[in-house]
Design a protein around this ligand. Structure first.
Ligand SMILES: Cc1cc2nc3c(=O)[nH]c(=O)nc-3n(C[C@H](O)[C@H](O)[C@H](O)COP(=O)(O)O)c2cc1C
Length: 211
């Protein structure tokens, strides 16, 4: 609190998961800046397969928090951003993106053809089998996770705290909003001005994570 990171390295190392928030609204322009940070994230074939729902309504926030296996602290945040995979448009957007990468010389045409064929095959299989559709959705979700990270860093850079309570009942969340399987909830971010200043959480050493 009161500490403003000056470099990206400082930003990354000083971010903490924040679970207590001040009772102070997050201005709309800051929310737009967070969405802008998400929008600029990298994605497979530049498919940008993400959709975001910003929640400020107390009742809905509470319903969402309950579907996070009752992690009710998430309801106390002034905003929640539900970050979803745009399953329906992933393939078409991915094909368009891959073609664009090919045209600009950033991707080899052989690789592009393989990626498109693989995605088409996976989607076709998934269409007829709900559990495969979930697997397909999960594969797309990795892109959303990148955007989530960008939002968390952008939030911290603006003095906001956030937490990603990922113990998530995606089906319950879809039910709240009436979404079908084409919108796959990946993450809920609870965001607000921090009312706590946690110590850094431990991290594995470089030696432990290099193989
Ligand atoms: C994929 C993911 C799932 C997480 N799930 C939860 C969760 O269900 N509840 C929670 O309070 N925090 C959750 N967190 C936050 C982690 O507990 C936190 O990032 C970790 O303990 C390191 O602490 P730090 O973020 O303050 O560095 C999650 C974080 C990630 C990236």
């Amino acid at each position: 609190m009161g500490f403003y990171p000056e470099t990206l390295d400082e930003l990354m190392s000083s971010r903490r998961s924040i679970r207590q928030y001040k009772n102070k609204p997050v201005p709309g322009e800051l929310v737009l800046e967070l969405l802008e940070a998400a929008r600029m994230s990298p994605s497979a074939s530049n498919s940008q397969p993400w959709l975001f729902k910003v929640i400020t309504d107390d009742y809905i926030k509470n319903c969402v928090a309950k579907s996070l296996y009752n992690q009710l602290f998430a309801a106390t945040a002034p905003i929640q951003i539900i970050c979803c995979a745009d399953v329906r448009n992933y393939l078409d957007d991915g094909i368009a993106g891959a073609r664009e990468l090919e045209r600009s010389g950033a991707a080899d045409s052989q690789v592009v053809e393989v990626v498109i064929a693989r995605n088409k095959q996976q989607r076709d299989l998934a269409e007829s089998d709900n559990s495969l559709y979930e697997n397909y959705s999960l594969r797309i979700a990795v892109n959303v996770a990148v955007a989530v990270n960008n939002i968390q860093l952008a939030a911290h850079n603006r003095g906001l705290g956030s937490c990603w309570p990922n113990a998530l009942g995606d089906k319950q969340i879809s039910q709240i909003f009436g979404w079908n399987r084409d919108i796959y909830p990946v993450a809920v971010l609870a965001i607000g001005y921090p009312a706590e200043n946690p110590e850094p959480r431990s991290r594995k050493s470089i030696e432990e994570i290099v193989i």
